[in-house]
Design a protein around this ligand. Structure first.
Ligand SMILES: *Cc1c(COP(=O)(O)O)cnc(C)c1O
Length: 354
C-alpha cells in the first residue's frame, strides 16, 4: 500500500534535551490509517501533526473502544535510529484489537509506515544519554453514534514525542502500596489488552497511593485478591532465594514486552526464573524469613523500576535495605545496552530504521 506524505510547512524548533520530561512535546508529523467496512484499512498517510476534528458523538468518546501501544526509538552512538522489538508491539496491538472488537491491521503495513514516519522525523530522536523518541500507536472508534455496539469505522494514528531519561534524578527505588480495596482487571475482562479502560480503572487507587506518598499501586487478582498481578502499569518481579519469580499470564495481566525480555534474558543467562502464581502472603512470608531479596517492575518507560519499600495493610517492609538490587541493576543495564546499540543484540530484538 502506498504511503503518502504531506510535509509540514513550518518545522517546530527542537526542544532542550536536558529537560524533555514525558509526553508533552510532539514532533512535526503524525501517521494516519483509516478503516471502513468497504475499504478495510486504507489511505496510510503522513501529515503535519494537528488536532482531529470529530463529532461530539464519536463512539470512542463515549464507550472507550480503543487500543494503544507504547515503544521507543533510540539513537545509537553512531547516529543510527533503531526500535526495540516493534513486531511484538504490533502483534500485541492486534491481540488487543481482537478483545476490543476492532478489526486487525496488517503488521507489515504498521512496520513500514512507522519506519517512514521515523525516517521523516529522525532529527527528533534526541542524543542525550537515556533519552529516546516515544512512539504512541493508537486506534480509536470513529462512528458518530450513541448506540452501544462496536463501531464500524476506526482511525489508527501514531504520534511521537521526545522523552527524557526516566531516572533523571538517578536509578532509585520506589515505594509501592498493596491494595485490597481496588482491582485493575478481572478474570474474563480486558486486563490483557492495552486499552484506555484499564487505565481509567487504575486512576482512583493510583491517586490514593500518591496522596499517601506511594509511587505505584501493587495490584492483586480481581477474584480472590490474593495473588500478585502487576505494579502500576508495569509487570512485577520478585527475587526469592535467588529465584526470579513473576506472575504467570492469566488473562488479566498485561503481557509486557519488557517482562518477556527479562524472562528471555534470564533464561539466556541460565538464571533460575519461574512464571507462576505468587500470593502476597508468600511475598510477606519470604520477607519475614529473610529470603526476599528484590522486587522490581518492568515496562517500556522505565525499563526496570526497583522497589525499595512496600506497604501491605498495617505493615511496611523494606526490600534490599531500600537500595537497588544487583539483579534489577543487571536487567536495567543489559536491556538498555541492547536498546542503544552499545552491545551486540544476542536475541535479534533490534529493528533498524535508518
Ligand atoms: C504497557 C503496560 C505494561 C508494560 O508493557 P511493556 O510492553 O513492557 O511496556 C505493563 N502493564 C500494563 C498495565 C501496561 O499497560
Amino acid at each position: 500500500m502506498q504511503i503518502t506524505i504531506t510535509k509540514a510547512k513550518d518545522l517546530k524548533p527542537k526542544p532542550d534535551e536536558s529537560n524533555l520530561g514525558f509526553g508533552t512535546i510532539f514532533t512535526d508529523h503524525m501517521l494516519l490509517i483509516d478503516y471502513n467496512p468497504d475499504k478495510g484499512w486504507h489511505l496510510p498517510r503522513i501529515e503535519p501533526f494537528s488536532p482531529f476534528e470529530m463529532s461530539p458523538a464519536t463512539m470512542v468518546l463515549h464507550y472507550g473502544q480503543a487500543v494503544f501501544e507504547g515503544l521507543k526509538a533510540y539513537r545509537t552512538a553512531a547516529g543510527k535510529i533503531q526500535l526495540f522489538r516493534p513486531k511484538a508491539n504490533f502483534a500485541r496491538m492486534n491481540r488487543s484489537c481482537e478483545l476490543l472488537c476492532i478489526p486487525g491491521i496488517d503488521e507489515s503495513l504498521l512496520m513500514a509506515s512507522l519506519k517512514d514516519l521515523l525516517k521523516l522525523e529522525k532529527d527528533w530522536v534526541p542524543k542525550a544519554p537515556g533519552t529516546s523518541l516515544y512512539v504512541r500507536p493508537t486506534i480509536i472508534s470513529t462512528d458518530p453514534y450513541l448506540g452501544v455496539r462496536a463501531s464500524k469505522t476506526y482511525r489508527y494514528f501514531v504520534i511521537l514525542c521526545p522523552v527524557g531519561a526516566y531516572y533523571a534524578a538517578g536509578f532509585n527505588p520506589v515505594k509501592i502500596w498493596v491494595t485490597k480495596n481496588h482491582v485493575r482487571a478481572i478474570r474474563g475482562g480486558i486486563g490483557e489488552a492495552k486499552t484506555p479502560a484499564n487505565y481509567a480503572a487504575s486512576l482512583y487507587a493510583g491517586d490514593k497511593a500518591t496522596k499517601n506518598g506511594y509511587a505505584q499501586v501493587l495490584w492483586l487478582d480481581g477474584v480472590e485478591q490474593k495473588y500478585v498481578e502487576e505494579v502500576g502499569s508495569m509487570n512485577i518481579f520478585f527475587v526469592i532465594d535467588n529465584e526470579i519469580v513473576t506472575p504467570m499470564l492469566n488473562g488479566s495481566i498485561l503481557p509486557g514486552i519488557t517482562r518477556d525480555s527479562v524472562i528471555a534474558l534470564a533464561k539466556h543467562w541460565n538464571m533460575k526464573i519461574s512464571e507462576r502464581r505468587i500470593s502476597i502472603d508468600e511475598v510477606m512470608n519470604a520477607h519475614d524469613a529473610g529470603r526476599l531479596q528484590e522486587i522490581f517492575g518492568s515496562g517500556t518507560a522505565a525499563v526496570i523500576s526497583p522497589v525499595g519499600e512496600m506497604k501491605y495493610g498495617d505493615r511496611i517492609i523494606k526490600i534490599g535495605g531500600g537500595k537497588v538490587g544487583p539483579i534489577a541493576n543487571k536487567f536495567f543495564n543489559s536491556i538498555q545496552e541492547i536498546q542503544y546499540g552499545r552491545t551486540e543484540d544476542p536475541m535479534g530484538w533490534i529493528e533498524q530504521v535508518c
